[in-house]
Design a protein around this ligand. Sequence first.
Ligand SMILES: *[C@@H]1O[C@H](CO)[C@@H](O)[C@H](O)[C@H]1NC(C)=O
Ligand SMILES: *[C@@H]1O[C@H](CO)[C@@H](O)[C@H](O)[C@H]1NC(C)=O
Ligand SMILES: *[C@@H]1O[C@H](CO)[C@@H](O)[C@H](O)[C@H]1NC(C)=O
Length: 289
Amino acid sequence: MTFIRSFIHSFFFFFFFFFFFFNILQPGTKWIPFSSTYMRPLRTHYGYINVRTQEPLQLDCDLCAIVSNSGQMVGQKVGNEIDQSSCIWRMNNAPTKGYEEDVGRMTMIRVVSHTSVPLLLKNPDYFFKEANATIYVIWGPFRNMRKDGNGIVYNMLKKTVDIYPNAQIYVTTEKRMSYCDGIFKKETGKDRVQSGSYLSTGWFTFILAMDACYGIHVYGMINDTYCKTEGYRKVPYHYYEQGRDECDEYFLHEHAPYGGHRFITEKKVFAKWAKNHRIIFTHPNWTVS
Ligand SMILES: *[C@@H]1O[C@H](CO)[C@@H](O)[C@H](O)[C@H]1NC(C)=O
Ligand SMILES: *[C@@H]1O[C@H](CO)[C@@H](O)[C@H](O)[C@H]1NC(C)=O
Ligand SMILES: *[C@@H]1O[C@H](CO)[C@@H](O)[C@H](O)[C@H]1NC(C)=O
């Protein structure tokens, strides 16, 4: 009995030290002893699975920067500020090259829609070789993400990690996808499928970032009333593409009977989350309390 108890004790002791030193030595993780984050191991996110190893995602950040793809980013000159964050999140194929002064140069996590995977594969040497330090999190419906050989996007990703073995590509599990739908239902009272809409990449990014980040700064995202505000700034939908106007696109999506993203509804929910989480929206600034 005594033997077993001392065995258990030394076992826990070993774990205590293992986690302590392991976390101190993690590059990119700011480990502050005696702070509220004391002894917090790297968080495991079981809803995100590595395509090559089938291991779940490990991710734990202090202050995160989520950089919007919006034309609002043009001329903001917040690149240096963004690059000082402990984790920098971008979405879909948003570029940094040529836009560094406004959006920064580093990318730690890139959350990508299944429909944007072909866009990344137009430039695979950049995304999966040069930017091999970036973690890719791909979301998509089961029909495209299934692993039995019939998921066309999963197949593309599988091929990609065969060619680029250092690429860190994760896919969202079917269970996690339902969980994200469930949150939409809980927050809006609407069933996403019945309402004929798709969740946005921003939605999936927020849900993971709220689990992985101690605090979040969101750059370049407009709020739910922005497009109805007197004298709002008219900008392109994406900072890296001319043509489509941001507010036109938002209205089009919000009212599309099928296949739209409810960007405006989602922004209302983000504002609510910002009241209970450490989330700040800047450029343009939101006041949420
Ligand atoms: C990862 O990226 C770095 C920097 O771009 C590059 O030097 C290195 O060769 C890449 N590693 C692999 C295995 O592709
Ligand atoms: C927005 O917030 C940032 C950071 O809090 C601040 O530096 C900036 O002056 C604000 N801009 C406006 C227009 O209020
Ligand atoms: C939303 O954005 C508009 C335009 O920037 C601003 O006037 C308004 O105060 C913002 N509302 C909130 C709640 O942040």
